[in-house]
Design a protein around this ligand. Sequence first.
Ligand SMILES: *[C@@H]1O[C@H](CO)[C@@H](O)[C@H](O)[C@H]1NC(C)=O
Length: 462
Amino acid sequence: MTNFSTIYKLSLVALTCFFQVLLVEASTGSCPVLECWFVQEKAGRGGGLTGATTQEKSLLHVQTDAQSHDAASQKTPADINPDRVYFVTGHIFISAPSELCDEADPAATLCHHSLNPPRGSIKKPQCEINPFLPQPSTLTWVASLTDSALSPIYLEAEWFSSAFQGLNEQLGISTITRAPTGSKEHNVILSVTSKTLSVKSRLGEPVLLDCGFWTDPSSPLSGSGFAVEWRYQFRGNGRVVVAYDGKRDRLADTQEEGATLDFEGLHEKGNASLILQEAKVRHSGTYICSVYLPYLLAQVALDLEIVEPPSLSIHPSPLPLAVPGQTLNILCEASGFAPLSLDLSWEFKGADGKSRPLGSGSVTGHRQTWDGTYSQSTRLELDTSKLDLGTGGEITCMAVHPGGTRRASATLNVIGFSTPSIEDSMAMVGVALVLYGLIKFVSWTFSSSGSDETDQQDKKEK
Ligand SMILES: *[C@@H]1O[C@H](CO)[C@@H](O)[C@H](O)[C@H]1NC(C)=O
C-alpha cells in the first residue's frame, strides 16, 4: 500500500515536471533560435600570442531533444555561414522527487523566455560561442578530479563553450557542449546558471549570489566529482573567496571569513550559490562562479553592489532664532553612505506651504571611514536679509543617493518678520529726527530753566 502511494506520488511529480517543461515551452512558443557571435583566436601569425580573435555570426537552434529537427527547416539568414549553424540539445532527465525539475534542465533554461524575445524586438539576448579545449586543471582544489586517467576517447570530439545573457540582464547561462567530430549536434554536458547577475544589497544584510550547475548524467565526466570556485574581481585585483573540492569534500584554506556555500544543496541539487553573511562595502565588485568537471570548466560572472543611503543631521540643532539681516550658517552632514555618489541640496518651506530651492550650499570633499562608507557635508549661508523668509518655516537638507533620497529638516524662526521698505525707512528716519529734536528741545528747556532758578537763588543769598 505504501509502495503504491510512493509510486503514485513519484509519477505525479514526474508528470508535474513534464507539464512544467511543456509549460515553459508553451509560454514561450518554442525554444529559441539564437544568433550568436562565434569567436575564436586567429590561427597562425606568431603563435597566437597577439590575442587577436575573429568574430563570425552563427546560429544556434536550441531544442529539447535531438529528434525535433523542425527548426532546421527554418531559413538561415543570408549573412550566416551554413557551417556555423548548430543544434544544441539538453536531455530531459526528470529525476523524480526533485522540485527543481524544470530549473535543473539546461534546455529548459535555454528555453527561458528572456532568451526568446518576441519576433522583431530590438533588444536581443546576448550570446557568444567559442571553441573549447578540454584540459586538466592544476588548481589544488580541482586537480583531484583528473588524478585517475579518464577515457580520453570521450574527449576526442568538438567542444564548445557558450555564454548567454537574457534580456532582463538577470539570467546568465554558460554551457560546455560536445559534438561528435564533424557533427553539428551539440549536447550540453555542463551548464552553469545564475539568476542574479546584478545584485544590490544594503550594508550588514546577508547576501545570496545565485549560481547553480547541471551536468549530463549520461556523460562519463559526470559523477566523477566536481569542484566549485568563487573568485572576486575588482579593478584588476582578484582573490579566491571560496574554493571547494567536491570530490574529496574539502575546502581550500583561502576561504574568506563570512563566505559559505550550502554544501547539502550543492551535492544534491547543484546549488553552488555563495552566501555572504554580512554585506560590507568592500564586498562590492564582480564575482565569478566557476564549476569544474574533470577537463571541463564553465563560469558565470555576477556583480554585487553594496548600496547604503546616507544618514543626515543638521547643525546647529535646534536652529537659533534669526534676526532679519543676520546671516545664519547651517551645516548638513551626510554619513555612512556607499557608493560615493551623492547630491546634496537645500530647500525652504515657508508658512504659506510653498517650497523654494536654496541651492546646494558649499559642499565639502568626502571622507571615507573605517567601514568603507563615506561622509560629506554642505554648509548653507542663509542671508536672512536677501530672502523673504516671513516668520520662518522649515529648512530641509536633501540627499539624493542611488540607495534612496533622504531628508532632514529644522525649524527656522525669524523675529520681527517684515523687512522695512524704503518708504518705511524714510519715515523711520523722519520719526527719529523728530524724536531727536523733541528730546533735544525738552532737555534744553529744562536745563536752561534750572540754571535760571539757581541764578535767582544765588542772587537772593547775596
Ligand atoms: C540555494 O541555496 C541557498 C542557500 O541555502 C538558498 O537560499 C537558495 O534558495 C537555493 N537555491 C535554489 C535554486 O535552490
